[in-house]
Design a protein around this ligand. Structure first.
Ligand SMILES: Nc1nc2c(ncn2[C@@H]2O[C@H](COP(=O)(O)OP(=O)(O)OP(=O)(O)O)[C@@H](O)[C@H]2O)c(=O)[nH]1
Ligand SMILES: [Mg+2]
Length: 294
């Protein structure tokens, strides 16, 4: 039998070396994958996805989750209706295909009883990649404040819209603090601005003063949300929070329909809100795509 020459020996050695290297890399990758799986399992065990979120993932796989939270009766469900109208204004002008569903809104009692998922299949090229989750209001008998963030599964949201009717309450501070812990962006929606305008005029008349303009009331309301959140009474034990002004959106159910001038102060924040939600959805979609590639 012919004796292998020096070159053949070197080639064998090189091949063996490469095989060992690949085996080690494989082993490393398998270990990293197993660790990542275990980390994810522990993470979910510690604060699991809620049943409704699991169902939503089955029904609408790979959708970004836009979650609407806040105390009871602040206008969360109404906001979803209004956003659908804004989306209609933006995307479906003249086509007549405005919404696919409407959130249930009622004037009496505890309205939204369980988290409800809405989709925007027809309405928008970006929003069809998202679901909107209308959560029941915190602080009712059915939904105690203590367990609220966990019960609605805030940590799995793509973005949270925190709806307040005038200023943040204790539960809103809790929700606002919970979001950055899980790297979930949170936007504050100050609803019912039509009431604020009416009240400001009535208060000025009662005090014998010149009534403020609607626009002045709008900016006063924004400043009020910021300062109240930053300065809760010390004895309340509620943590202070600094809300950037551009993270506050002033809305009213009265002004959305028919206003297509995006610079009008009564609807400006609605359009801004729509754009900022869209950005969060787009971000989630591209992150998902990167995950698939990796
Ligand atoms: N004046 C005025 N009323 C509003 C506005 N938004 C909501 N409302 C009213 O406030 C009430 C409660 O609104 P919902 O949207 O049901 O509030 P919610 O936060 O979903 O309530 P829960 O699901 O019970 O927590 C309804 O009567 C709405 O019509 C608004 O911008 N202006
Ligand atoms: Mg509701």
């Amino acid at each position: 039998m012919a004796k292998p020459n020096r070159h053949q020996n070197e080639a064998d050695l090189q091949r063996r070396h490469e095989q060992q290297l690949f085996a080690a890399q494989d082993e490393g990758a398998r270990k990293a994958l197993a660790e990542e799986k275990e980390r994810k399992r522990k993470f979910e065990q510690d604060y699991p996805r809620t049943e409704y979120q699991k169902q939503a993932m089955k029904d609408h796989p790979n959708r970004a989750q836009v979650m609407i939270c806040g105390a009871c009766g602040t206008g969360k469900s109404k906001l979803i209706n209004l956003l659908m109208q804004v989306i209609g204004n933006v995307h479906a002008l003249g086509r007549g295909d405005r919404t696919v569903a409407r959130a249930a809104v009622s004037a009496l009692g505890e309205c939204t009883e369980r988290p409800t998922v809405y989709t925007f299949a027809e309405a928008s090229p970006l929003f069809h990649l998202a679901i909107m989750i209308d959560t029941p209001g915190a602080g009712t008998l059915l939904v105690p404040e203590d367990t609220y963030p966990r019960m609605i599964g805030i940590r799995y949201a793509t973005i949270v819209l925190l709806v307040v009717a005038d200023r943040l309450r204790a539960i809103d501070h809790k929700i606002y603090k919970e979001c950055p812990r899980h790297r979930v962006p949170v936007l504050v929606v100050r609803s019912k601005m039509d009431n604020a305008v009416e009240n400001a005029i009535a208060d000025a008349e009662d005090a014998g003063q010149e009534p403020p303009t609607a626009e002045q009331t709008y900016e006063a309301a924004r400043a009020n949300v910021i300062s109240k959140a930053a300065n809760p009474p010390a004895e309340s034990g509620v943590p202070a929070i600094q809300i950037p002004p551009e993270r506050i959106y002033l809305t009213s159910r009265n002004y959305v329909k028919g206003i297509h001038d995006v610079a009008d102060f009564r609807v400006r924040d609605f359009y801004r809100l729509f754009q900022d939600i869209s950005a969060a959805v787009a971000n989630e979609v591209s992150r998902d795509a990167r995950r698939m590639v990796a």
